[in-house]
Ligand binder design. Sequence first.
Ligand code: OSB
Ligand code: MG
Length: 383
Amino acid sequence: MVGFFLSWPAEKITFRPKLWLYMELICHRISIPLKTPFVTSFGAQDYRTAMIFEMKHNGITAFSEAVTDKEPFYSYEDNTTAFHIIEAYLAEQIKDAPTPEKFIDRVKFVKGHLMAKAALEMLLWDYHAKEEGIPLYRYIGPTNGKAQVGISIGMAGPDEMKKQTSNAVEMGYKRIKVKIKKGREDEIVKNVRSAIGDFPLSVDANTDFSLEDTEALKVLDKYNLVYMEQPLDHDDVMDHAELARRINTPICLDESIISRDRARKAISSRACTVINIKPGRVSGFTESLAIAKLAREHGIHTWVGGMLETGVGRAFNVALASSSFIDYPGDTSPNEKYFEKDIVKNPFKMENGFITPNEGPGIGVEIDRERLEKVTIDRVRLL
Ligand code: OSB
Ligand code: MG
């Protein structure tokens, strides 16, 4: 009998003070069609297959989106690995709605899986901003009150790319980035330059090149690009530092910057002068803000990238892109660039190349439940 009481697990004691607080965590697995296929050096995408997290606690409903997709082509994480890590290790760590910083500290025992961690870390930012009753873009610190917007354009035939890039200039975007791949780099940039003149232009290779391709990348020097994004390996810093010594186009790192520590190493080895910050890639806003501040201290430019997020993830990106620590236009196009009908009722609109973050508490999105239902594959309750 005594042994029975001694082995009674602490979790089963029903009068622990926090327990009466209702906590619900749901993962909505959705698949939503893109208006047009998005083509990068790692493949063509015609659907965004996303995991949307919904947490109900203390009368507050918070949302977030994992940036993983069906396949591990951008990074090693995909929806299946992220779901597994969240279900098996991370979900229980948000039961008491800790601060995002505390959550990140708690989940250090899980190595890597930063996209899985980011999904819950950002959920906590939305939750705590809502608890304070203030919009996320103010909750995170000094703000410009609006985000400068650039566009990311996938690969297509020459005429189509001319059309899309000149339309983007017309629409007021502040910077155009086009995807390139090995063998098409010169042709694509030459073609696009002929359509948009000297408008701010960058290229994103999504790791398709190696140092052996230096000559081909050096050819791009003549196009006066604002920067070249992630030409080399996804986890490399050293080779990018070497490439930076060999070419004149500034280098921007995306895939390689997974943390403030990696950013510090990239900056001190001069591997890049620009950083694409994606909160969903770097374990969330805590790390994103740390990277942005570090970059600012070292005169490194930063902007906020995207992963074809629905209105939920997009609202986080727009909030971060409005931070005073961010100085370059991001890839935060209005929702309508990607989706005929998004899962939010209040999509962003771009005016003169700016998007204003939502004023509602937290990310301020109103979920379109009917649309969400329509694109839902299944729903899993995790807490
Ligand atoms: O490398 O920035 C990237 C989309 C999916 C995966 C990786 C990238 C991208 C984009 C589009 O460039 C960014 C966006 O508009 O959401
Ligand atoms: Mg990129």
